[in-house]
Design a protein around this ligand. Structure first.
Ligand code: EPU
Length: 414
């Protein structure tokens, strides 16, 4: 478990790693070719390890050198994704399209629900069947078959990040043009687009759709991942919640304007340059309302950490979660720490309490875990956060980075 002696203001500079949610589709994109794909700035965290093991299980060779990952080979790809890896991480489902496009057949277990509520894959399957895949279900797995995928027009009911990635990946090897209407526009998709273009795919983004012109085959590429905006937001909030002053470097301010706007309304002072952002916490922040929304809206992945911050603000904040049905895993443990939060449907009403108290709490997913660590940093005394494997899934060296900002945080058995 993670132990935090809270009550100190965090101060200093924190370097931001490459984005987890760009690394996962980029690693999976390597399945589209046998030539080397070289990725720089890859964060060393558990989900990345799972993705690496997955492409290895499918037939790829990999080698690491510091934060550079080289993936190659896989002339004969396996069509079966191991259930154990897919169930560990939902993003594994993205192998469906690339494996299908390469081998004509793919069998990938359904990832199932998770701590954020039901997370179906119907948009992925709708998209791939529009591209000509025959989809059946066998023993809890999806079986997709197609001699060659054929480009088509696909409308997404919601701008799903994963479904858009799935269609970019599959469309890149399909015959003809794939047009995705209402695609997701998260920066991680821009990064994936850059990688696919380097591999030889033709991808054109328009205001309301994206066009992928498929190729017979794709080649290798060398690519650098973008900074992790959610990691940067988490550490800036750690500064804000402790009334400190934190500067995130090697970061991209443009990707965090929604968060910075709300922090500024809450009374924090914000400054930024080309690749850094600094937040100075207020004596006592003010309540602000926000709702999560697809990019450039407020990211759902920062909703739980932002709720921790609002828990100590002055006044009542209304927080509406529109991306997930039930992303409230942080609420009960925050209440244990003295927060006043009421959930009604998709809305959390947060009555700021000024001070949180230390407690032993449990993280149920990556961002709920981050929210609890932030709350623990603000609470006077020692808190214990169990479920630390969730933090290890999504954050590279979180304890080390927080210690660099002056936090007293350590790990204990139990
Ligand atoms: N959805 C469907 N059907 C689908 C796909 C999605 O109903 O076929 C629903 C989901 O259940 C959810 C909403 O659409 O309610 C949005 O899901 P989306 O597909 O956009 O999410 P994702 O691709 O599964 C990625 C990130 C998440 C992040 C979301 C939203 C990765 C690996 N994961 O998930 O990150 O919350 O986009 O921005 O990129 C995290 O890092 O902690 C994390 C959960």
């Amino acid at each position: 478990m993670i132990c935090v002696l809270g009550g100190r203001s965090l101060r200093g500079v924190v370097p931001i790693s490459g984005a987890k949610n760009a690394a996962l589709p980029a690693i999976i994109a390597s399945l589209l070719t046998t030539e080397p794909v070289i990725l720089h700035r890859v964060p060393r965290l558990l989900d990345v390890e799972t993705a690496v093991r997955l492409v290895q299980a499918l037939g790829k060779e990999v080698c690491w050198e510091k934060d550079t990952l080289k993936i190659w080979g896989g002339e004969k790809l396996s069509s079966e994704a191991p259930a154990e890896l897919v169930q560990r991480m939902r993003a594994s489902f993205l192998v469906l399209g690339p494996v299908l496009a390469r081998t004509g057949l793919a069998r990938v277990p359904l990832p199932g629900g998770c701590a954020l509520g039901p997370r179906p894959v119907d948009f992925h399957l709708h998209g791939l069947s529009r591209l000509g895949a025959r989809i059946t279900f066998i023993d809890g797995a999806v079986l997709a078959e197609a001699q060659r995928l054929r480009g088509a027009i696909v409308y997404l009911d919601f701008p799903s990040v994963g479904a858009t990635e799935q269609l970019l990946l599959a469309g890149a090897l399909a015959e003809g043009e794939t047009v995705v209407i209402n695609p997701a526009r998260e920066p991680e998709l821009t990064n994936l687009t850059e990688l696919l273009r380097k591999m030889g795919a033709e991808v054109t983004w328009n205001t309301d759709h994206v066009v992928i012109r498929g190729q017979e085959e794709l080649g290798g590429a060398e690519h650098t991942l973008l900074p992790d905006r959610i990691e940067a937001g988490t550490y800036l909030l750690a500064g804000a919640i402790t009334g400190g002053r934190v500067r995130a470097v090697n970061a991209e301010p443009r990707h965090l304007f929604a968060l910075l706007d709300r922090l500024s309304c809450a009374g924090c002072e914000i400054d930024y340059g080309e690749d850094w952002i600094e937040v100075r916490g207020a004596q006592r922040p003010r309540a602000v309302d926000f709702r999560t929304w697809p990019y450039p809206g407020f990211p759902t992945d920062l909703q739980p950490p932002m709720v921790s911050f609002l828990a100590i603000a002055e006044g009542r904040s209304t927080v509406t979660e529109t991306v997930y049905a039930a992303r409230f895993g942080h609420v009960e443990p925050l209440i244990q720490m003295g927060a006043k939060i009421q959930v009604s449907g998709s809305v959390q009403i947060v009555e700021g309490v000024g001070e949180l108290r230390p407690a032993a709490v449990e993280a149920t997913d990556i961002r709920a875990g981050a929210a609890l660590v932030l709350a623990a940093l603000a609470a006077q005394g020692v808190s214990y956060v169990r479920g630390e494997q969730h933090l290890r899934r999504g954050y590279e060296n979180m304890e080390g980075k927080l210690r660099g900002l002056g936090a007293q945080i350590w790990e204990e058995e139990g």
